[in-house]
Design a protein around this ligand. Structure first.
Ligand SMILES: CCCCCCCCCCCC(=O)O
Length: 295
């Protein structure tokens, strides 16, 4: 059963809520508590839904909703949060990307911890924005502490949470990391993946390398061979190992590895750089890194 102690937080608001909104959430939560006390679990869940709809960004209510759904729903085997962007329930419960329903393990490769989740959207023919994939950003606990604690460890958690510098150091240093892409769009062709990477990684190679990196880009994109199929739910992992080796894995099978600090930096920039695909992932990573450094 999911615990209510949350060591990691996802997308908590930076500002302290005003007293008016705190009052509103206290009132809303009482609705849930009363319903629960009267023994009606579906009534409680309904109350929580109404309360959250009225204060959709309130993390307290989100946690309450997840608690109710995981403890009082007919299927008590839910292991992941079901509502909104919430914190990790404990060190092993998966975390769900709320807009797509994609669940991410909270630990990868035994030592890499989930720090943030984002969503990659893309406009098709300049019109409709489609959800292409959800992504999770992971970093190795020990490497993070070793590389970042000396410089940032003396700052308090609240000071650190404002620091985008922390995120930049994560990308720059020799810290093992993984970006896990979980495909949402069911009609993705490998051609479109190759050309999207050409465009997005190409622009970052240019930004950080400042010279023509066609050969490096070609080595990376050629890993995505024509015969690869990517139905909804497929998983692409881009993992930076020590000495800046980038391993690319599709559905658990390694399709190539390339040693390049520039390539690793460029890939990470897509997901947690200043102009990342989803700024929510940046915020998650900043606040969870800050907590990790103070554990
Ligand atoms: C019709 C949808 C086309 C979208 C293709 C994106 C495929 C994934 C590419 C990964 C790199 C990126 O997100 O830029």
């Amino acid at each position: 059963m999911a615990s209510l102690r949350f060591p990691f937080l996802f997308s908590q608001p930076h500002k302290t809520p005003s007293s008016a909104s705190s009052d509103a959430s206290t009132r809303s939560f009482s609705t849930v508590a009363v319903a629960l006390a009267s023994g009606g679990s579906s009534l409680a869940a309904a109350g929580a839904i109404i309360a959250i709809t009225q204060s959709p960004k309130n993390p307290f209510l989100e946690n309450a909703m997840n608690f109710l759904l995981s403890n009082f729903s007919p299927n008590k085997n839910h292991s992941s949060p079901l509502w909104g962007s919430v914190s990790l329930a404990d060190n092993s419960a998966p975390v769900t990307e709320s807009r797509t329903g994609m669940a991410f393990p909270s630990i990868l490769k035994d030592t890499q911890r989930l720090l943030g989740i984002g969503l990659r959207k893309k406009a098709v023919f300049g019109l409709k924005n489609i959800d292409v994939y959800a992504y999770g950003v992971y970093a190795d606990d020990v490497d993070v502490k070793k590389c970042l604690a000396e410089k940032h460890g003396r700052h308090s958690v609240s000071e650190l949470q404002q620091k985008e510098e922390l995120r930049n150091h994560l990308m720059e240093n020799d810290i093992r990391m993984t970006v896990r892409l979980q495909i949402v769009y069911g009609r993705l062709s490998i051609n479109s993946v190759r050309s999207a990477f050409e465009e997005s990684v190409g622009s970052r190679l240019h930004k950080f390398g400042g010279y023509d990196n066609k050969e490096l880009l070609q080595r990376f994109t050629s890993q995505f061979k024509d015969e690869i199929k990517l139905p909804r739910g497929s998983i692409i992992e881009l993992s930076r190992d020590h000495d800046y080796i980038l391993h690319t894995t599709i559905d658990g099978k390694e399709v190539g590895s390339i040693q390049s600090k520039l390539l690793c930096r460029s890939i990470l920039d897509l997901y947690i750089g200043d102009e990342s695909f989803d700024h929510k992932a940046n915020e998650d990573v900043e606040s969870n890194l800050a907590s990790l450094l103070h554990k």
